[in-house]
Design a protein around this ligand. Sequence first.
Ligand code: ADP
Ligand code: ADP
Length: 229
Amino acid sequence: PVILSARGLARHYAGPAGLVRALDGISLDIQAGELVGIFGPSGSGKSTFLMLAGLLETPSAGEVWLAGERVSQPGTDLDRLREVRRQKIGFVFQKANLIPFLTAAENVALSLELVDVAPAPVLAHGCRLLAALDLSHRADSLPARLSGGEQQRVAVARALANSPPLILADEPTAALDSVRGRQVMQLFRRIAASRGTAVAVVTHDTRSADLFDRRVHLEDGRLATRRQE
Ligand code: ADP
Ligand code: ADP
C-alpha cells in the first residue's frame, strides 16, 4: 500500500526578486517497505519537500496523503497536523540530538511521551528497540559514551518508538564517515524490509545509493526519477 502520497506539491516564497518556487509541483508515492533516496543539488527543494511531507509546513498548492488519508493541503491548520505527525511520522536529522543526561534506552523510550504508562514498561520498549538494532549493549550508556555512529543509530531507534508507518530522514549520514554512514543507511534498509516502514532519506551520500529501492532527483523544485537498474 502507498504510505506517503505527495500530489502536485508546490511551495512558493515571496523573495526580493519575486516569487521563489522552492517546490514546483512534485508528485511522488512511497510504498510500505520502500526505501527511497531523495537526491539533488543544494537549493533544489529537498528540505522543502521534507517540511511539507513531514507536516511541518503546508503547501502553496497540492496535497499530502498519509496511509490513504488526505492530511495536508493549502490552508490546513498546522496545529491540527501535530497529532498526525506524532502518530504517523518518525524523523531523523543530521545530528542525533540525544538528551545528554538520559541513557540511550531512556532517549528512545521517553520520545513516546506516554505520561500515563509506568516508566518500566516504556523503558523495556526502548530496550527492545535498541536490541532490534543491535544496540543492546549500549542501552544504559549516556550519549557522550557513544560513538557518532552509535548515537545516530539510537536516533533511528527513537524515530521508531511509535512504530510510525513513515520515516523521514534529512542528511542522516552527513556527519559520519563512509563506514558508519553506510551502517546507518543499512539500518534504514532493514527497517523498511522487516517492519514495512516507508522510508524517505534526503542525502548526498551516493556511496550508499545501491541500498535504495528507488532514487529520485530534484532539480529546481521539480522531479526527475531514475529507477535503479
Ligand atoms: P535544498 O534542501 O535542496 O537545499 P531547499 O528546499 O532548502 O533546497 O530550498 C529550495 C529553494 O527555496 C531555494 O532557492 C531556497 O533559497 C528557497 N527557500 C527555501 N526556504 C525559503 C524561505 N523560507 N523563504 C524564501 N526562500 C526559501
Ligand atoms: P562505531 O563503529 O560504532 O562508530 P567507534 O569505532 O567510533 O564505534 O568506537 C568503538 C567503540 O568505542 C564503540 O563501541 C564506542 O561506543 C566506544 N566509544 C567511543 N567513544 C567513546 C568514549 N568517549 N567513551 C567510551 N566509549 C567510547
